[in-house]
Design a protein around this ligand. Sequence first.
Ligand SMILES: [Fe+2]
Length: 282
Amino acid sequence: MNVEPIQPHIGARIHVARDRLCDPEVVEGCLQALERHGVLVFPQIGLTDAEQAAFTHALGAGGQATRHFPGGAAVEGEVFEISLNTDLEARAAYVKVSFFWHMDGLLLDAPLPKAALLSARRVAPSGGQTEFASTFAAYEQLPEAEKAQVADLRAVHTPVAGLRQVLAEPPSEADLAPLGPGYGDREHPLVWTQASGRKSLIVSSTADRVLGLPIADGRALLARLLEWTAQPAFKYRHEWQEGDLLIWNNHGVVHRVLPYDAASGRTMRRTSIERIREGAPA
Ligand SMILES: [Fe+2]
């Protein structure tokens, strides 16, 4: 197994034979690389659904997160299909929320899912790239005065904040109906001190307001932090090829997909990990 860093702050390509993926030393190496690089790319590894599910289970536990996501449809077990090819417009709206920077699971009444695996079955001829930005680097490089300014602030994340970016009218009850019971308004700190002691920013287009600040000031701050995080030095854009597999550390990166057309047939397979398996390095 060979780990080839892509940029100093984010991304690594993993070169490994497909039939070695679930070997304990490869799993261990991937988990370490995930902490260090935030996003792992397995170029054109071409996993089947069963292989992706097996690798997901080797890395961690859980995997229910996507089940509640209105845009996802189960293909098999915990493997979900992500595409805009849906007969339900309300579901497509939720997939389009992913055109905007976000972290997965911020609206769920549960700990943030640790990681997701996404593989490409059919790519779009244009658009559809996935972008990632390091929220660890964004915090670490933030000027000291701004670190102090945001240190104790908390934001409210809402389904409405995400949806109003993709709908012409303010979201109605019907627009919110596809959401599962675990979804709702949730508070998160702007600065997350993780169990390892390392700090990251929690930035996402689902953030609606900052507690204790006037609406405009809070939204301006949220926009500025998102812009800061998404600067080129902290960012990686993945140009998909069929068969590529990506894993991202949802605790350390924010992500979005660049817009693509439903007619492109872009189709991805997704699995997720609630937490890293017991005994793995933090
Ligand atoms: Fe996402």
